[in-house]
Design a protein around this ligand. Sequence first.
Ligand code: F6P
Length: 553
Amino acid sequence: MKEYKAFQLLQQHYLDTHKTTLVELFHQNPERGTQFSLQHKELFFDFSKNKITDKTLELLIDLASQSNLLDNIEAMFSGQKINNTESKAVLHTALRSYEQKIMLDGHNVCDDIQYVLNKMKAFSERLHNGEHKGYSGKHIADIVNIGIGGSDLGPVLACTALKPYCNSGLKVHFISSIDGYQIKDTLSGLNPETTLFIIASKTFTTQETITNANTARKWFLDYAKDTRYIKHHFVAVSTNADAVAAFGIDPNNMFEFWDFVGGRYSMFSAIGLSIILYIGFDNFKQMLDGANEMDKHYRDTTNLRQNIPVVLALIGIWYNNFYGYTTNIISPYNTRLTKFPSYVQQLEMESNGKSVDKDGKSLEYKTCPVIWGDSAINGQHAYYQLLHQGTSINPMDIIVSLSDKFSNKEHNDILIANAIAQAEAFMCGRSVTAAKKELLNLGCNEANSGFLSKHKSFTGNRPSNMLMLPEISPYYLGMLIALYEHKTFTQGVIWGVNSFDQMGVELGKQLAKNIYNDITSNDINNDDITGDELLKHDSSTNNLIKRYLKRNT
Ligand code: F6P
């Protein structure tokens, strides 16, 4: 990125402009509120409360153009193997496409996608109408999705956000963690005769998922006593048919997806099976349609100034690489979107948390900021203090739903008022003079007003984006997710990284296996755990292992 002419121009532009405050920008251009906003369908994006001018955007768009963004977008959508470290195409957009033909290695992937969609639809119908029953003839009442990362976060997000759309009468549960408590607690409330497990794992080798799946299988068989009943209660979602068969799941009960769908981009594939069972196939199809609408917008809007994911991505790059801000907060003002920050966290941080470029060259600039957040209204009563008055500046994406037929108007009015007010407060702040005046008006004496006004003042000038959805429906949730997927890709292209591998998660997994072997090895005698077995670790790691062994042997 540093070699692009626009990068150097942006560095200079930053030096020239960064002292201008947001409030000054609004004074210079009172029309900012409308000029720096975009809309697609009913998704509205106000990015006016950012430290940007037309010139900034122009230069950022030059940066995107110099990184060949449009060619890269086309390469992704058309199935080129842009995941260069793993020689894989990246075709999560094909999952929601209306195109009849997308060729990959001489094969039309649309046929496979349609086949699996039809299979999921038929399965959900059989489950909903009671044709697919538990082994004892009872209707399935509970779905348990066992998966982690991309095989969990998307379904959790959708099932939480779209709970009011649940028309199946089914309950859905998610088990992701390896701690024994989660699975014990979940299963304790369930009846093996009426529970269906979805084992969701792209690789079908993930330790947490396979361990939990084995525990669930044992729980089931302890009750049902006969392995022939497994097929009524266990289905798998994976790319690894052999491992699924080895686990003992009937291949007919496997819903396939493919290497061209990355784990964190997989919720619209068969990984969405729990969503389909919960909210029904038609609602899931609405999600696909919403995502597809955003895909079309992203791919077809070649005037990048009008392209919502691109503008969102460019603003992030401006703060990350020129202002040096190190985090980006996702603040949903709706409980139903509480899981959205975690979803975006994996999406962006696992995709772009890289320090070498696609060719393996070390990068001399920062890539992905820390993405974090939670239910915003709760955040207001917890960490917003730092966001308003702390010493760091943390740009925020505020997400609201304009209406919520499942909520009530009074509550929604208060919620939206808070969201809009926070954005205003972050931007405008309050001067020491204004704070003092207010204190004097309240009857505070001169000395106290002078003292307290310093504590009660806000520098302001803290940027935020506002994304307004008309409602949290399957369609707009699909759109929102695709918007962040494309933001992530855009930033990855500009930073020059491969956004579709995740090799940084491997080392910890390997070391955990070694340490597990140390912990479970029969050779290690509790009285002699200072032995050679542990010398391969550093003294801290050895001490920690010993401490655990002392307590547990
Ligand atoms: O360890 C990281 C990761 O590979 C993620 O990329 C993925 O979403 C998650 O683990 C789960 O992987 P799988 O679906 O193969 O079980």
